[in-house]
Design a protein around this ligand. Structure first.
Ligand code: SF4
Ligand code: MG
Length: 332
């Protein structure tokens, strides 16, 4: 598998003044392979959207680099930067907020075409707009209508048509189905899968819930408080989660088949997500981890490969740490 994007230890810190620094993304690394869907999951405030924007080059990174086809996205200039912008497009959570209410659907979809000077000929441009509308399951009759005339799912289709207008290679979808009704979510996921097959698209699919990325992802990375805590193939993650945080997230995902008895241990993550301005020492998850041991406060767990495609950052899997007695045990 060929990596189209290589994310190398990127950090995105925001300087809040008075010596306060918000560590939204604090050193994450992963590759995205050509044609795959990489799911990036974590609760709100974990830095996944910031990571998406940094990868796209919308934010400069504080440290680390993002390589697109081997080239650093934050250093591209002129024609190469323009090409990158064409090849990497974004879909947002709230299609309504990202669509100009005063523009017709045709104008919305035409905008990127105009910015990139794709069509000089008005007729050809309209032909392309109609084609895009049909690709996302809308019709040419929709072209002259306004965003408020559409349902949430249809608006997301308009957002997808706009993202497709420049024929990109990569789409970063930031919670594209989170705001939609459950019945509509599957339709949008099916559409994204269909488009991926037809066009060989690569997706970075960001979600706060593992159930939302389960079916669409080839591989999944789990983020917590600016860090990547686990990364593996989608199937492996559901069958054999290693990190206590992933286990807790998964225990909240219902088993779809009612005939299968749910024998999984329900793990409730207690407490609040700590502030990324003042994250816990050692393992960032330790304040909420049922397995936390002494070493967890002292040492940052290393990012280690456990099996072929399975990576985790947790001392439970570090053989150098001998005493793995959970601190909580001493209470009872
Ligand atoms: Fe829990 Fe420690 Fe593993 Fe962090 S390193 S997830 S606190 S057991
Ligand atoms: Mg977000």
């Amino acid at each position: 598998n060929e990596a189209i994007l290589q994310v190398k230890d990127i950090k995105k810190h925001f300087d809040l003044g008075r010596g306060q620094v918000l560590k939204a993304v604090d050193g994450i690394s992963f590759d995205i392979y050509n044609g795959e869907t990489f799911g990036l999951v974590g609760e709100s405030g974990c830095g996944k959207s910031t990571a998406g924007r940094t990868i796209m080059g919308l934010y400069n990174s504080t440290d680390g680099e993002v390589l697109y086809n081997g080239k650093n996205v934050h250093e591209l200039q002129g024609k190469e930067e323009f090409e990158l912008k064409r090849n990497m497009q974004m879909i947002f959570q709230d299609p309504y907020a990202s669509l100009n209410p005063r523009s017709t659907v045709a104008e919305i979809i035409a905008e990127p075409l105009e910015v990139h000077g794709i069509y000089k000929d008005q007729k050809e441009k309209m032909k392309r707009i109609y084609e895009l509308l049909e690709e996302v399951g809308l019709t040419r009759d929709h072209a002259n209508r306004y965003p408020h005339e559409f349902s949430g799912g249809q608006r997301q289709r308009i957002g997808i048509a706009r993202a497709l207008a420049l024929d990109p290679e990569i789409i970063i979808a930031d919670e594209p189905i989170s705001a939609l009704d459950v019945s509509v979510q599957a339709q949008v996921v099916n559409l994204l899968e269909k488009l991926q097959k037809e066009k060989g698209l690569t997706y970075l699919f960001i979600a706060h819930d593992l159930s939302m990325v389960q079916h669409i992802s080839d591989r999944i990375g789990v983020m917590y408080l600016g860090n990547m805590v686990e990364l593996t193939d989608a199937e492996e993650l559901y069958k054999n989660p290693l990190h206590p945080y992933t286990k807790a997230l998964l225990s909240a995902v219902p088993i779809p088949d009612p005939d299968i008895e749910d024998e999984r241990e329900q793990i409730v993550i207690e407490g609040e997500l700590p502030s990324p301005i003042n994250p816990p020492s050692g393992c960032v998850f330790r304040t909420r981890c049922p397995m936390a041991m002494e070493a967890c406060a002292e040492t940052v767990p290393k990012w280690q490969q456990v099996t072929k495609n399975h990576y985790v950052a947790c001392h439970l899997y570090n053989e150098e740490i001998e005493d793995k007695t959970p601190i909580n045990d001493t209470k009872g």
